[in-house]
Design a protein around this ligand. Structure first.
Ligand SMILES: Cc1cc2nc3c(=O)[nH]c(=O)nc-3n(C[C@H](O)[C@H](O)[C@H](O)COP(=O)(O)OP(=O)(O)OC[C@H]3O[C@@H](n4cnc5c(N)ncnc54)[C@H](O)[C@@H]3O)c2cc1C
Length: 396
C-alpha cells in the first residue's frame, strides 16, 4: 500500500476502534456475543475495503493481493479490533465460497452486505445423524417450479439465533449415492417454517441452536451451485473454514507478542521453570502454525484453492487453544476455578475446539489419506443409493 493508503487505514482504525490497550476481546465469541462492536468496525472499514481486503472491490474488498492483505492484517495488530465471531461465517466461509460457486447476481446480492456487517450468516450443515459423516444429511429439498420446499432438522448451528441467512446443505436426490444427491441453498432465517431453538454449552454460552425446517420455501435463485452439486460447494466451504480462510493474513507476525504471554508475565510466573518450558513449547507450536499459514499463503499466490493443509492448521490450532488455556489455568492456580477469572470461559471452551469445524479424528483422516497417501477408510456406502444405505446408528 502507498503511504497515503496506510494513513487512510490508520485514520479509519483510530476513528472506529482505537489503539489496542489492556482491554480484552473475546475469542470466537466465548463468553458473550457483541454484534454491535463488529458491525461498527465493518461499517467503518467498508469504504476502503479493509475488512475483507482480498475480495473484489465491487463486492466490498479492495482487490488486495496476499501481500497487501497480510500488510493490512499486520497493521491492525496495534488496534483494538473486535472479536468478529458473529460475522465469521459470512466473511471467511460464505464469501470466498460464493466467489468460486455463486452466480454474479448472488455475489452482488450477498457479499457487500457481509463486508459492511449488515448481514450475518450461519452454517446449517450438521444434523443429528450427519456430523463427521456430513454426506449423510437428510434434510430434504423438493422442487416445485421456481421454488424449493425444505424439511428437516439441523443441529449445532452456531449464530442461528441472530443470523440473517443460513447456508444449508440439503438432499435433493435420495436415490443417488449420498455425495451426489446434495444441493446447497441460502435460507433466510426469518422465513416461515424456520424454527430456531438455542442450546446451552458447558461454558454457559448459547451460541448454537437446533434449527427445524418445516416446508421452508427457498427460491431457486437462492440455490448455490448446481442441483446435485452440493457436496462440491460444501467441501469448498469446509476447506475455507479449516484454513481459517484468512490465509492471506497470517495471524502471528514477528511483531505480535502473544497476549497469553503477557498474562503469564503479569501473574509473575515468568520465573517458574515448568511454566516457562510449557510456554516455550506453545510458542513453538504457534510458530509452526504460522509457517503453515505462510505456505498456504504461497499456495494462494500461485492461484490454488485451499487444500488439506487446512486440516493441519485446524488440528494444531485446536491443540494450541487447549495448551494455552491449560497453561493459563495452571498459572492462575486455584483462581482458575473462579467464574469471574477471564480464562475460565476459554478453559471451558477449549474442548469444543477439537469438535467444531470437523473433529481431530476427521482432520487426521484427511491428512492421512490426502497428504500422506495412506490407504483410505473403508467406505462401503459410497456407491449405494442414499435411500437404501444404512444410516447413523439405525438401519434405514
Ligand atoms: C462449538 C461448536 C460449534 C459448532 N458449530 C456448527 C455450525 O455452526 N454449523 C454446523 O453445521 N455444525 C456445527 N458444529 C457441529 C460440528 O461440525 C460437529 O459436531 C462435528 O462435525 C462432529 O459431528 P458429531 O457431533 O455428529 O459427532 P460424530 O460425527 O457422531 O462423531 C463422534 C465421535 O466419533 C469420531 N468419528 C466419527 N467418524 C469417524 C471416523 N470416520 N474416523 C475416526 N473417528 C470418527 C469423531 O471424531 C467423534 O469423536 C459445531 C460443533 C461445536 C462443538
Amino acid at each position: 500500500m502507498t503511504p497515503a493508503e496506510d494513513d487512510e487505514l490508520r485514520r479509519v482504525l483510530e476513528g472506529s476502534v482505537g489503539r489496542r490497550g489492556s482491554e480484552r476481546t473475546t475469542t470466537l465469541g466465548a463468553g458473550g456475543f457483541d454484534l454491535d462492536a463488529g458491525r461498527g468496525y465493518l461499517a467503518a472499514t467498508r469504504p476502503g475495503g479493509f475488512g475483507v481486503p482480498s475480495w473484489p472491490r465491487h463486492l466490498g474488498g479492495r482487490d488486495a493481493d496476499p501481500d497487501e492483505a497480510a500488510h493490512i492484517k499486520a497493521f491492525q495488530a496495534d488496534f483494538a479490533i473486535p472479536d468478529l465471531y458473529p460475522y465469521r461465517v459470512g466473511m471467511r466461509m460464505v464469501g470466498p465460497t460464493l466467489l468460486e460457486h455463486g452466480t454474479t447476481d448472488q455475489q452482488w446480492r450477498w457479499m457487500p452486505a457481509i463486508a459492511a456487517g449488515d448481514a450475518i450468516w450461519c452454517q446449517m450443515f450438521s444434523e443429528p445423524e450427519a456430523g463427521s459423516d456430513l454426506a449423510n444429511v437428510s434434510t430434504s429439498a423438493r422442487r416445485d417450479g421456481d421454488l424449493w420446499s425444505l424439511d428437516g432438522q439441523k443441529v449445532w448451528t452456531s449464530r442461528a439465533e441472530y443470523a440473517t441467512w443460513g447456508i444449508c446443505l440439503a438432499r435433493t436426490a435420495p436415490e443417488a449415492p449420498k455425495h451426489r444427491g446434495l444441493t446447497m441453498f441460502a435460507v433466510r432465517m426469518d422465513a416461515p417454517g424456520i424454527d430456531v431453538r438455542p442450546l446451552t454449552q458447558i461454558n454457559g454460552d448459547a451460541h448454537f441452536s437446533e434449527v427445524f425446517l418445516t416446508a421452508a420455501t427457498v427460491p431457486d435463485t437462492d440455490r448455490i451451485g448446481d442441483v446435485g452439486g452440493g457436496w462440491r460447494v460444501a467441501t469448498a466451504l469446509l476447506a475455507h473454514e479449516r484454513a481459517g480462510a484468512d490465509r492471506s493474513a497470517p495471524k502471528v507476525g514477528p511483531s505480535a507478542w502473544p497476549t497469553w504471554l503477557d498474562d503469564l508475565v503479569q501473574a509473575g510466573l515468568s520465573s517458574d521453570r515448568v511454566l516457562r518450558d510449557r510456554a516455550m513449547a506453545l510458542y513453538c507450536l504457534d510458530e509452526a502454525i504460522r509457517f503453515t499459514e505462510l505456505r498456504a499463503l504461497a499456495n494462494e499466490q500461485a492461484g490454488r484453492q485451499p487444500g488439506p493443509e487446512g486440516s493441519g492448521m485446524k488440528l494444531h490450532g485446536a491443540r494450541s487453544f487447549k495448551l494455552r488455556s491449560e497453561l493459563l489455568a495452571a498459572g492462575a492456580g486455584a483462581a482458575a476455578m473462579l467464574t469471574d477469572w477471564h480464562g475460565h470461559v476459554d478453559f471451558l471452551t477449549a474442548p469444543s475446539m477439537s469438535i467444531r469445524g470437523g473433529t481431530d479424528e476427521i482432520q487426521r483422516n484427511i491428512l492421512g489419506e490426502r497428504v500422506l497417501g495412506l490407504p483410505g477408510e473403508p467406505r462401503v456406502d459410497r456407491d449405494v443409493p442414499w435411500s437404501v444405505s444404512r444410516r447413523g446408528a439405525r438401519p434405514s
